[in-house]
Design a protein around this ligand. Sequence first.
Ligand SMILES: [Zn+2]
Length: 108
Amino acid sequence: MARPNKQGFPEWNPTNKTLSMLSNISEKVRYKALRNSSSAFINRKDVRDAIFSRDNNKCIICGSTDNLQIDHIHSVYSVIKGQYPLERLNSEENLRTLCNHCNASKIP
Ligand SMILES: [Zn+2]
């Protein structure tokens, strides 16, 4: 789907099943399909390594190095709502490093 960028960030390739679920009329089905595919991608070691390393292995909000997670800047929900393009959801520019505390705090 998205072409690899110059840094060689891994490409997210939704499966045909995910893509077919994304054309479902139900928002709930589309959200679930996208969230599952997206989580599988951002839990990949190469993806985590790339984002953590770019962000110096710390939370970009508070600087903590504990319990780091990958967060979508524009959420899965915003894609379902048509507010952010699907092909950018799991791009390097839409992912950031947050600690679990900041992630849970939903700081924009
Ligand atoms: Zn934090």
